[in-house]
Ligand binder design. Structure first.
Ligand SMILES: [Zn+2]
Length: 441
């Protein structure tokens, strides 16, 4: 049955409109967008600012179990890494399924309608294959369906543990497929569905030797493909020492820099790297809440966008799940570094959080409130303590509201969150607590 929504405010064609009627057809598409209406009888009212669906372009769902658990003492990088590997060693398919479902449900509550899951925890402990070698990947696809969101599974090639080609060991054995053909054969066993697309990833220049990258680029063709790029200085230094090239240059030499590719982080890139990324139309995905948690540094977001790279954002380690926070942090981090305000317009940050992320994940018909687009609607209340008194709904949503102010989420025309409650998973905090407790037993 077609449904009519009337939004108090909505983000339409790059600006805020008032009293916006949005008609959604049975197929979950937007068929009419009309500002300035009086609500017809039977219309459903959406309070606050209704935005297009938020895209989380970079996630490792299982890292959600690390939240708040990596700060013992002063919480060094090694505290984090040691706990991450302990967790990676412990998860089995059942545990992972429960943890991912709860994590994706938390994302839905935060207004995320689509997640890019950068998936590398493939195999059983010791690296043995499950009976279905894509057991873990299928669990992630099922988890997204159960949480009511779309997913692009970025199945990840992960072959070695250092830039110098040291073999995988310990928990890392679960990540590896031996070689490119092993990965590709497994990858071909994955298939998408209505809510799911299958993309690819090369973990990083640390985990994939340069001589494998051209063949990787050839196989992935125009699929959505993601790479971690220059997240920390040590990675750049090791890459320069081994190849005499920056990670960006190594990827470029391999023919991997194309418009369907997204470089995640791009924190420590040179001027030449930025020009190459921009000229090739490579998207960049910033993950500021994780980058600050891991002390990665502040990437040159404005300069990358000016060079030609579309910007999107992701929650990465899920230390925080709040795309509004990620978007605002892009601007606020630039201010901290430059001691100057005013790098991004609010509309650019909204594009990063919505349409650009969907483009990066291979859903070009999502992330806008427009006729023909997927009906992903996310309402952010602006009468809570955080935003009350605002004079600009879009600025209030991006710079004052948080994920806690998201009250209604509709994915492909289907209500998933209403009045701040998940309609498929009644007690998301409890689901998270149970899954995380089990993972650490
Ligand atoms: Zn990551």
């Amino acid at each position: 049955v077609p449904v009519t929504y009337v939004c108090e405010y909505a983000w339409v064609a790059g600006s805020t409109a008032r009293d916006v009627r949005i008609d959604v057809d049975e197929g979950g598409r937007i068929v009419a967008v009309e500002p300035g209406v009086t609500a017809p009888a039977g219309a459903r009212r959406l309070p606050g600012l209704t935005m297009p669906g938020l895209a989380n372009a970079h996630s490792h769902a299982f890292h959600r179990a690390l939240r708040g658990r990596t700060h013992a003492g002063r919480g060094t990088f090694w505290t984090w890494r040691e706990r991450m590997y302990a967790l990676a060693a412990a998860l089995d398919p059942e545990m992972y399924h429960a943890l991912a479902t709860a994590t994706f449900a938390e994302m839905a509550l935060a207004g995320i309608t689509c997640v890019g899951e950068f998936h590398y925890l493939h195999h059983a402990p010791g690296g043995q294959r499950y009976a279905d070698p894509n057991e873990m990947g299928r669990r992630l696809l099922a988890a997204a369906a159960e949480a009511g969101i779309r997913i692009t599974l970025l199945d990840t090639l992960y072959l070695v543990s250092t830039v110098d080609g040291k073999p995988l060991e310990g928990p890392q054995l679960r990540f590896g497929d031996g070689d490119l053909d092993g990965w590709w054969e497994r990858w071909r066993g994955l298939s998408g569905a209505g809510h799911a697309r299958i993309g690819a990833a090369a973990h990083s220049i640390r985990a994939v030797p340069a001589d494998v990258l051209p063949e990787f680029a050839g196989r992935v063709g125009d699929l959505p493909a993601h790479v971690h790029l220059s997240e920390q200085r040590a990675e750049n230094e090791a890459c320069l020492a081994r190849y005499g090239r920056t990670p960006t240059q190594v990827f470029d030499d391999a023919g991997l820099l194309t418009p369907n590719v997204t470089a995640v982080h791009a924190t420590h890139v040179s001027d030449e790297d930025r020009t190459a990324l921009g000229d090739r139309g490579v998207s960049v995905c910033f993950c500021p809440t994780t980058e600050r948690d891991l002390a990665d540094g502040i990437g040159p977001a404005r300069a990358l966008v000016d060079a030609g790279s579309p910007l999107c954002v992701g929650t990465d380690s899920n230390a925080v799940i709040d795309i509004l926070d990620e978007a605002r942090a892009v601007e606020l981090n630039e201010r901290l570094r430059d001691e100057r305000r005013g790098h991004f317009e609010v509309g650019e940050l909204i594009d990063a959080a919505t349409h650009n992320g969907h483009m990066s994940l291979g859903w070009p018909d999502a992330g806008v409130l427009a006729v023909g687009a997927r009906a992903d609607l996310v309402s952010v209340r602006l009468d809570t303590v955080r935003a009350a008194g605002h004079d600009n709904p879009a600025a209030a949503a991006v710079f004052a509201a948080t994920a806690a102010d998201v009250t209604d989420v509709i994915v492909d025309g289907r209500p998933i969150v209403a009045d701040g409650r998940h309609l498929l998973i009644p007690d998301v905090p409890r689901a998270l607590a149970e899954a995380i407790t089990k993972a650490w037993k």
